[in-house]
Ligand binder design. Structure first.
Ligand code: ZN
Ligand code: ZN
Length: 275
């Protein structure tokens, strides 16, 4: 039996003798299947190819977890430390003994979650390596669970998962797409961990929200307004997605970028933009 991982999205599947016939995550209109067809891999194969987990401190209390060389989507996982335990956010799709040992030295893992189904990686394997830590999945996205397991706990709306660390369901990219608010982040000014719920622009001074980033499918105005409404009550200065960060002034950037998005949806723009 083998725990299969989709080579394109890096998401783990149940223990079966043969790989699944397709990856529902990648066949969805928000993702993609390579022109060469669906490929599967497994942890031992990734280890043989030389993959490992590189851990680097991003700020006090926050570690970035990156699989090198890059595997699948290549998200940077985050380990957020709190006095009550650590959150593993956007779990990497790769796990090995040295990664487990390194994270154990950082205080281990108390809870696991991802902003949305694309970034769930090897969440169940990570949970099993850390005493069956609960894996939180937004209830609205439960149909996307690829490897059911008793460690999964469904939630919706808002959930203070550890003191000072709150999941906020914003919808948009997926119905259950969420962000995590870390009150102690950015030296107490607050940080938002957004995954694909709020993406950072290439200019690093804007953000965006899409149904599909890779296939360029936008969101309706009501979805953009909901992201604004759900994030408005929270104080934050810094924003981390799964690849980059806005180091300071993130909240006004979110507000102005998403207001601009609504203007484009409505066609409510200066003449030269629509001429
Ligand atoms: Zn996939
Ligand atoms: Zn995504």
């Amino acid at each position: 039996m083998t725990l299969w991982s989709c080579a394109t999205c890096g998401i783990e599947y149940p223990d079966t003798p043969c790989p699944p016939t397709f990856c529902a995550i990648c066949e969805d209109e928000r993702q993609w299947v390579p022109a060469s067809g669906q490929q599967w891999t497994a942890q031992h194969e990734l280890a043989e190819r030389g993959h490992r987990l590189r851990i680097a401190e991003l700020e006090p209390g926050l570690q970035g977890l990156e699989v090198v060389p890059k595997f699948a989507i290549g998200q940077r996982g985050l380990l957020v430390s709190t006095p009550a335990g650590n959150l593993l956010w956007e779990p990497p799709g790769y796990i090995d003994d040295s990664a487990i040992e390194a994270i154990r030295e950082l205080g281990g893992v108390a809870v696991i979650s991802a902003s949305h189904p694309h970034l769930t990686g090897a969440s169940i394997q990570w949970s099993h390596a850390f005493g069956k830590a609960p894996v939180f999945v937004a209830s609205a996205d439960r149909a996307w669970i690829r490897r059911p397991d008793p460690v999964i706990e469904l939630w919706s709306g808002r959930l203070e998962v550890l003191p000072g660390l709150t999941f906020i369901q914003c919808g948009g990219h997926f119905a259950g797409s969420s962000v995590a608010h870390w009150a102690a982040g950015a030296h107490g000014r607050g940080a938002l961990l957004t995954g694909d719920t709020i993406q950072i622009g290439a200019d690093r001074t804007s953000v965006n929200a899409m149904r599909s980033y890779v296939n360029n499918i936008p969101l309706p105005e009501r979805a953009i307004r909901r992201i604004l409404e759900e994030t408005a009550p929270w104080e934050y200065d810094r924003l981390y997605n799964a690849f980059a960060l806005i180091a300071a002034g993130a909240k006004p950037i979110v507000e102005s970028s998403l207001a601009r998005y609504i203007s484009w949806l409505r066609g409510d723009l200066p003449d030269e933009a629509t001429a």
